[in-house]
Design a protein around this ligand. Structure first.
Ligand code: SAM
Length: 306
């Protein structure tokens, strides 16, 4: 069986217990969910969320043996508090967020996530999302496109790429876009396709990924029982920065500006950080699964609120 990224580390980080309540907020094909359900046998419960109906169908098959203990719902993790309230789960022992795109989504050419295949420029996790990559590529003006590529792709040649796109459009397919970007930038970083950053930027914008992450973090912390564990895997520096800053703030008792003599914020730490530096995949995992190379795992434990 192909194990998801940082599989053992995630299961260890969440340390599922029998009788516990867990959330896999990014279910995908259900690989991590299976690990959580196995480790919390015989009666641990799991809520699995995903916005992608194909992922959910796959996870349902993979987790059929656990149907009495796993509740799988097609919903965004931005509605985490609501989903838990509907189940009457007042506090949970562990929450996993494995951000970004799944191997299944990248490998399904017609989803439009990959520059290695030729397919419509789609890139939606949720097929009911009205915004597709093709809309952004063909409708934004040059400055808006350049800003998007710079902000979400950290593309240093954002202006060049935006100019080339605007000059060549309409563009409808992943191959057309990859070609335009490759010609405009001529070369990328060694080992990186020149269109990597453009595709990343469009995907993040189409799915509102950074906003969604900012929305879910406080809901996840609020949902954890005392001693409950939150594990987050991010795949690029933009996501990891949001997680790192949120974790840092939530692990501090005072968040007043530096050099302020007296604390006026009244903030109390809600999290203990298990690892100061993110856990990264071992070279053997990267060799076996090159997509894992940029994965970063951060883990925190909910503190008692006094
Ligand atoms: C990296 S994959 C998760 C893989 C999974 N851990 C496994 O073991 O197979 C990320 C998943 O998150 C889903 N996703 C993205 N944004 C979401 C959101 N806002 N709410 C719920 N799921 C989301 C994607 O559709 C994708 O299936």
């Amino acid at each position: 069986m192909h194990r998801p990224v940082l599989y053992q580390e995630i299961i260890h980080a969440l340390s599922p217990q029998r009788g516990g309540y867990y959330v896999d907020a990014t279910l995908g094909a259900g690989g991590h969910a299976r690990g959580i359900l196995e480790a919390s046998s015989p009666d641990g419960r799991l809520l699995g969320l995903d916005v992608d109906p194909q992922a959910l169908e796959l996870a349902r098959e993979q987790l059929s043996a656990f149907s009495t203990r796993a509740i799988l719902v097609r919903a965004s993790y931005t509605s985490l508090s609501k989903q838990l309230a509907e189940l009457g789960w007042t506090a949970v022992e562990g929450i996993l967020l494995d951000l970004g795109v799944s191997s299944m989504q990248v490998d399904t050419a017609e989803r439009g996530f990959s520059f290695h295949a030729d397919a419509p420029l789609d890139m939606r996790f949720d097929p009911e999302n009205p915004l597709r990559a093709v809309d952004l590529v063909n409708e934004l003006d040059e400055d808006e496109l350049a800003d998007l590529l710079y902000t979400y792709g950290e593309e240093q040649r954002a202006r060049q790429v935006a100019r080339a796109i605007v000059k060549t459009r309409p563009l409808y397919t992943t191959r057309q876009l990859a070609q335009v970007v490759s010609t405009a930038t001529r070369s990328g970083r060694p080992g990186m396709h020149p269109a990597t950053r453009t595709f990343q930027a469009l995907r993040i914008a189409v799915n509102g990924e950074l906003d969604a992450l900012e929305q879910v973090l406080p809901q996840a912390v609020a949902a954890l029982a005392e001693g409950g564990r939150l594990a987050l895997i991010s795949f690029h520096s933009l996501e990891d920065r949001i997680v790192k800053q949120y974790f840092r703030r939530e692990s501090q008792d005072c968040v007043c500006p530096p050099r302020q003599p007296v604390c006026t914020c009244g903030h109390r730490a809600t999290l203990h950080l298990v690892n100061r530096r993110p856990i990264q995949p071992q070279p053997a995992e990267i060799q076996e699964n090159p997509r894992s190379r940029s994965a970063r795992l951060r883990v925190a434990v909910k503190l008692a609120i006094i």
